[in-house]
Design a protein around this ligand. Structure first.
Ligand code: IPE
Ligand code: IPE
Ligand code: MG
Length: 270
């Protein structure tokens, strides 16, 4: 536990609420992969009678803080849902504002990613994004490719179903060429064709702003993920909220369809 305190020295004020929450996190039981549906930017702006883009700007700031916090904690993989394939349904003006925020994020944050030894990865059909963004994404991925502390996976023009469609297309192509028999298709094989092939499944999925749905995010990968939904709107999501989610996660018992620890060894029953 002392370890975690040390990692936040000079960042979190001793005696603050954040510091207190941090003492409740067990470093040996941290999730290996946290995925976040960053939702509620629009409502945050609406409550302030501001245009939605103001909410997105505040949301980008919240994302920066959480990326840094996750890296400090020592979480190996953080996946952020930034833009879904369904988000193209929004007004052109909002889409353009989101893309320009993304460009700004990439420009400003590349140095931060490097400083904190964070590797940037993108999932989703990002090749369909506009040329300047593609170039910046490519550059950021190349320049951080050797970083080891944390992998920051940003889902852009992503949906779980399109990811599966792309995976099945590749799998079918290769299966046809190599004459793969149907029996060779296993869960492990399908997993290998996903963009997240080399990543562990998320242990924890956080969704902000209270919506009880997964909105087409990582459908295959979240089969046994612990879900945590908070009413907090994404722009208000602070390290303290993140710590709370982790504390709650560490209280869960993951059974994967089996029995609880108590029922597995009845000898410990009273
Ligand atoms: C999440 O906030 C950001 C993106 C989907 C890009 P929303 O824009 O969905 O905010 P709400 O849900 O309208 O409040
Ligand atoms: C999910 O949020 C997508 C992202 C956070 C990028 P949405 O706001 O798009 O999801 P719905 O429309 O509430 O399902
Ligand atoms: Mg939303």
């Amino acid at each position: 536990m002392e370890d975690l305190q040390k990692k936040f020295e000079g960042v979190i004020k001793p005696g603050s609420r954040e510091a207190l929450l941090l003492t409740q996190i067990r470093p040996e039981r941290l999730p290996q992969h946290v995925a976040i549906i960053m939702d509620g930017n629009g409502r945050w702006a609406l409550r302030r009678r501001k245009p939605r883009v103001v909410g997105h700007r505040a949301g980008a700031k919240a994302a920066r803080r959480i990326v840094e916090t996750a890296a400090r904690l020592g979480i190996p993989v953080l996946t952020l849902y930034a833009f879904s394939t369904e988000n193209w349904k929004r007004p052109q003006e909002e889409i353009e504002a989101l893309m320009s925020l993304l460009r700004e994020f990439l420009r400003k944050e590349l140095e931060t990613l490097k400083r904190h030894d964070i590797r940037l990865r993108i999932i989703g059909r990002w090749e369909e994004l506009e040329e300047t963004i593609r170039q910046e994404l490519h550059r950021a991925m190349v320049e951080t490719a050797a970083n080891r502390r944390m992998q920051l996976v940003v889902a852009l023009n992503y949906s779980g179903r399109t990811e599966l469609v792309d995976a099945f297309r590749r799998l079918y192509r290769e299966a046809r060429e190599s004459g793969l028999p149907p029996e060779a298709i296993t869960e492990a094989l399908i997993t290998r064709y996903l963009e997240t092939a080399d990543l562990p499944d998320p242990d924890l999925l956080i969704r902000t702003s209270g919506e009880m749905r997964v909105s087409n995010f990582l459908l295959w990968q979240i089969a046994y993920t612990e879900l945590y939904v908070t009413e907090t709107l994404w722009p208000d999501f602070r390290p303290a909220h993140f710590f709370q989610a982790l504390i709650e996660y560490q209280k869960r018992e993951r059974r994967y369809g089996g029995l609880s620890a108590v029922e597995r060894s009845p000898a410990v029953l009273p």
